[in-house]
Design a protein. Structure first.
Length: 187
């Protein structure tokens, strides 16, 4: 489902990224394959320095279909950026990738929280975010961060969401407990 980024996947991912329904929402935009090679190499090096965490999303055939990243890591919090190729929209890959990525971040990478800024005009992403049961709307909860991400505009263009380690792991624990539930009577 997820793997470390590498340069071999660049041509395939580039074709997905330049689709007009994907490109506007990609954080690290590249207009040529060479530029995408350069950005991918920079991402790999930045991860080695602890500045970001980046993974390639794979389909069931182990083919690259998108990326999921944690950018701007500061005080064990970072910003999530994820995208999928258009043929994979609405097929559950985004949710599976997020679950795997969040588990890695919270259990092995020492991350305490994940911010998501979503353009108010990006209905597809807003719909996907509110489906996650462990997400909290953070416009008021983290007001200074909300103001910071919207500072470049006269009116707010982003909504801010947060996933905390505590909420995510509590939700996972609840899911596991529900799956293990039994019909035995206790006397």
């Amino acid at each position: 489902m997820l793997k470390m980024r590498d340069l071999l996947e660049v041509p395939m991912l580039f074709e997905f990224m330049i689709d007009p329904e994907v490109f506007p929402y990609v954080r690290q935009k590249a207009t040529t394959v060479d530029e995408f090679y350069f950005l991918t190499k920079q991402s790999i090096e930045a991860e080695d320095r602890g500045e970001l965490i980046s993974r390639t999303i794979l389909d069931e055939y182990q083919q690259p279909i998108g990326t999921i990243n944690l950018f701007d890591i500061e005080d064990n919090y970072g910003f999530l950026a994820t995208w999928l190729g258009k043929p994979y929209f609405g097929k559950g890959y985004n949710r599976q990738a997020k679950d795997a990525f969040f588990h890695e971040l919270f259990t092995t990478k020492g991350i305490d929280g994940i911010f998501m800024k979503v353009q108010k005009s990006n209905k597809r992403s807003l719909k996907a975010v509110v489906k996650l049961p462990y997400v909290t709307v953070a416009n008021e909860l983290y007001e200074s961060m909300y103001d910071r991400i919207n500072a470049a505009s006269d009116e707010a263009i982003y909504d801010l969401f947060v996933i905390t380690k505590e909420h995510y792991l509590s939700y996972q624990q609840f899911q596991m407990a529900a799956a293990v539930g039994t019909d035995e009577e206790v006397s």
